[in-house]
Write a protein of this length. Sequence first.
Length: 376
Amino acid sequence: MDLDIDAESAAFRDEVREWLATHVPTLPSMDTAEGFAAHRKWEATLADARLSVVSWPREYGGRDASLLQWVLFEEEYYAAGAPGRVSQNGIFMLGPTLFAHGTAEQRARILPAMARGEQVWAQAWSEPEAGSDIAALRSSAVRTEGGWLLSGQKTWSSRAAFADRAFGLFRTDPAEQRHRGLTYFMFDLRAEGVTVRPIPQLDGEPGFAEIFLDNVFVPDADVIGEPGQGWRVAMTTANNERGLSLRSPGRFLSAADRLVDLWRTQGQAAAARDRVADAWIGARAYQLYTFGTVSRLAEGGELGPESSVNKLFWSHLDVGLHETALDILGPDAETDQAWVDGYLFSLAGPIYGGTDQIQRNTIAERLLGLPREARR
Ligand SMILES: Cc1cc2nc3c(=O)[nH]c(=O)nc-3n(C[C@H](O)[C@H](O)[C@H](O)COP(=O)(O)OP(=O)(O)OC[C@H]3O[C@@H](n4cnc5c(N)ncnc54)[C@H](O)[C@@H]3O)c2cc1C
């Protein structure tokens, strides 16, 4: 591929850089009610500048920017130290799913509010007995007039304590097994029959929630794809979570730059030099790999099981990078909250979006063609 940035993309990048230089706020943690509200407001500020979903069509609040331009936007966003995206589950996972499988009515109704942070979405996939093996889920939906009644329990739903709506899979055909007979629903977290119970994290903040559903009515208009075809729809969401959208190279390029600065200012310990270089090279390699993915998609390709390679790579890059930072800081690490928080969150990378072992199974079976693991 051609690695030169075209003039239009370079001008776009400059515009983003200039805008961020004068607008980036410092916000409290989005895992608190106050911080969540502040992050929601930031989404509206981004949307006013048409910077919240740059690669989406204009009619939904975007700019029709190319995927390459989106990657450049992300680099600038992280380099500027801009706030985490409270809308990430919506704009990076449900949004692409609606573009692939939603109806025109669903896109028109849901995407503009998502782009402005007016509706913040939670992912309601995991259940107490179904994490890695999501096809083992037990939550169900039964037909009723004009829609469905949802029942069951979801857990580990990030930001569901404060979010407005959620998306998840429910079994609609009890006669079918595992991946068959599942349907993909969107539902209101404040609907009658929904109980959201926050789960405090190690730091005491309610970053997760359990969601209990008891005969919650969902209209047919909030089913994505055909009833019974939920697994296929869910794979689009999962590929975006693992593949391109959720963790763009900008995040790791900016962290690697901060690591190099840290090493320079902390005595340039010879023992850490190779690890710092490895982290920087890893971030740059991920950037180049992403340019390759973007080119493939621009030529009509699709995100497939390759996204598992992506996820495995960035999650380990992130852990190694933060471990190196803490080793450089030594005893001072305790007082450097940003690196400590980053380190603790990096440890979750090999778990959420499918654990390392699950990514390796996918790579083995679907990319390398090795025999399938025995299922119980
Ligand atoms: C920070 C964070 C945010 C999250 N956010 C959300 C969210 O917003 N929405 C949501 O729905 N979920 C969310 N999750 C949950 C996450 O998706 C699950 O934790 C994950 O899928 C693993 O499921 P589990 O915890 O049930 O572990 P289990 O599936 O019980 O796995 C336990 C261990 O067994 C291993 N294992 C399981 N099956 C296999 C196998 N077939 N082969 C080899 N090894 C195997 C796993 O790799 C793991 O090491 C989040 C998790 C974290 C940490």
